[in-house]
Design a binder for this molecule. Structure first.
Ligand code: UD2
Ligand code: MN
Length: 582
């Protein structure tokens, strides 16, 4: 880090103001001296050009977009008014997992809301940025959605940076993706800008991306799903970290395009990427220093998978994707681990935003493979990269991993050795250092378990009364063994602080905050809130909610189980809990 960020921006702003973009040499001299003085010769020779920043916004296009009105414009909620198409709308939606018919009525050039952090609008980026090959893979994608993806890229990328868009067809079944797609491209895009690569058989998204990457000719590869929309000035923030460090991979913020109405919105304020021990992608909180600089790229342990930029050189240095990963899944972990462990870094860039259609309900499609490709993929990643941590994944797999064969891993292991990559332990301790706490591989012990016995009437215990979930709980004659009672009375106060039926996903749930609030048996959501409970083993109160002001109570007259304002003097509010883990 030679330069103070702010200094660099200030001088760059001045540079941008200057017609000829000439920077006064003294300005840089002063700052360069902050660097390694013993090496000032080299520092002075640092190409001044590379330090120049500029405003990359295309204001003409943005103003033009701001004027646009019509269905779905500005990313607003869209709707088809014609009742007669309703049936067809349903049919197309269920085939695609999004409202394709509605998409046909929205312009492929539609405008989007500029929902970036306000300071992103003023941000300048290096004048010299690498060129880009965008690789979009698709299998049976809906045509207007695919074309809107492409138009948005062309409309919102500086032409001098966007060298080509490569569409890789993963052997689609849909006929319109042949001639109709080719004709569209010929009629709408500059010659050679958009190319289609056709795979001779279904390869899956990993193989398709690799094929696209092999066809790419620019400095940087940007991989995208086939149902996205790039937002204003999305490209420079993705490229600058790579211009500075060619071993940086950068992800945009992924916004949500609603599958039913094409509304464009943020998913949250941003988060770091992680996973749990069933390999579900999870989000980790931003760090305090990330929050202090809301427009700066921040380090993220794992990418979501679909949308990211990486220099072609680094991608191939890493051996690309493991092409033994079939169809869908796991590749985001493989590449993320590889990037971090083998000398790279990964960032999320808040000022770069790309919308993605997260699919809604979709009719099930027959699997293109006989075996369980997903767990095979996961096992490949675990065997090659996760060292002893792979056992956490396997322990949560209910025996699946013992049954799948990962196949030949020689080539992947050889890459790890050749690049002298760090251990997975290093990754977990230095990059994903908070993951174990947020997503422990095994549930930590319960705070308490057993029967919940009322102290006002010691013959009575909380009981399901044989009812299933979505019913009120009641009370019943206590079991003889209060530590190991029968199933209808066997409760655990879990580490997530919900009160669940032992080994089940049914939790005590309170849905109103008024007087005599009934206690229900409901699906555990793990989000605390209205399922948060606290047992104070000294007062013997079972408190509901984080305020600790409302408590579980037995109403002796009606034998109902309710929640009311806590009162230690009321013995019907006090409970003994089978076994308490103090
Ligand atoms: C998420 C990622 C996706 C990928 C996947 C895990 C985001 C927004 N998306 O999936 O990129 O990392 O997790 O593997 O992070 N496709 C093919 N051939 C196939 C199957 C899919 O080309 O056999 C294409 C498909 O058309 C799409 C892309 O692969 O462009 C990703 O598939 P998806 O959109 O169904 O998956 P998604 O978004 O749930
Ligand atoms: Mn997708």
């Amino acid at each position: 880090e030679i330069l103070d960020e702010q200094d660099m921006e200030d001088s760059a702003k001045e540079a941008a103001d200057d017609e000829q973009n000439q920077v006064e040499p003294e300005q840089f001299d002063a700052k360069l001296q902050k660097g390694d003085e013993s090496n000032s010769e080299l520092q002075m020779a640092a190409p001044i050009d590379d330090l120049q920043k500029r405003d990359w916004h295309d204001y003409t296009a943005m103003e033009r977009d701001a004027q646009r009105v019509g269905i779905g414009e500005q990313g607003k909620i869209a709707k088809l008014d014609d009742e007669s198409v309703r049936e067809n709308e349903q049919k197309v939606s269920i085939e695609n997992g999004f409202n394709g018919l509605l998409s046909d009525s929205i312009s492929v050039n539609r405008s989007l809301p500029d929902i970036r952090h306000i300071d992103c609008r003023k941000k300048l980026y290096l004048r010299k940025l690498p060129t880009v090959s965008v690789v979009i893979i698709f299998f049976d994608e809906y045509l207007s959605v695919l074309m809107r993806s492409v138009h948005s890229l062309i409309n919102r990328s500086p032409p001098e940076l966007l060298k080509e868009i490569i569409l890789v067809d993963d052997f689609s079944d849909r006929a319109y993706l042949n001639k109709e797609l080719e004709d569209y491209i010929v009629n709408h895009f500059a010659v050679g800008l958009v190319r289609v690569v056709r795979l001779p058989q279904r390869t899956g998204l990993i193989g398709a991306r690799s094929a696209g990457a092999r066809n790419a000719t620019a400095d940087v590869l940007i991989f995208l799903d086939s149902h996205v929309e790039a937002n204003y000035n999305w490209l420079p923030p993705l490229l600058e970290p790579i211009a500075i460090n060619k071993r940086a991979a950068v992800c945009p913020f992924i916004d949500v395009i609603d599958h039913s109405n094409f509304n464009y919105r943020a998913q949250d304020e941003g988060a770091r990427g992680g996973f749990d021990w069933q390999f579900f992608y999870k989000r980790l909180p931003l760090l305090p220093e990330d929050l202090k600089h809301p427009t700066e790229p921040f380090k993220s342990p794992v990418m979501a998978g679909g949308l990211f930029a990486i220099s072609a050189e680094f991608f191939w240095e890493l051996g690309g994707y493991d092409e033994g990963l079939d169809i869908w899944g796991g590749e985001q972990y493989e590449l993320s681990f590889k990037i971090w462990m083998c000398g790279g870094e990964m960032y999320d860039a808040p000022c770069s935003r790309v919308g993605h259609i997260y699919r809604g309900p979709r009719k099930s499609i027959p699997s293109p493979r006989k075996g369980d490709y997903l767990h095979k993929n996961y096992k490949r990643v675990a065997e090659v990269w996760m060292d002893e941590y792979k056992n956490y994944l396997y322990a949560n797999g209910e025996g699946i991993y013992e049954r799948v064969d990962a196949g030949d891993l020689t080539a992947q292991k050889a890459i790890r050795t050749k690049l002298k990559c760090k251990s997975f332990k290093w990754f977990m301790e230095n990059v994903a250092f908070d993951l174990m706490k947020s997503y422990p591989p095994f549930d930590p012990p319960d705070y308490a378990s057993g029967a919940i016995q009322n102290l006002g009437d010691q013959t009575k215990c909380v009981d399901t009364l044989g009812r299933s979930r979505h019913n009120r709980l009641g009370i019943y004659h206590c079991a003889d063994d209060l530590v190991r009672p029968q199933r209808s009375q066997y409760w655990s106060l879990s580490w997530k602080r919900d009160l669940r039926l032992r080994r089940k996903k049914d939790c005590m749930d309170v849905q109103i905050w008024g007087e005599n609030a009934p206690v229900w048996l409901w699906d555990c959501h793990g989000q605390q809130g209205n399922q948060y409970w606290y047992y104070d083993y000294q007062t013997k109160l079972i408190m509901h909610g984080k305020e600790g002001k409302r408590c579980m109570e037995l109403l002796p007259s009606t034998e109902e189980l309710v929640v009311n304002k806590c009162d230690v003097s009321n013995s019907y509010m006090r409970w003994s809990f089978g076994f308490v883990n103090k």
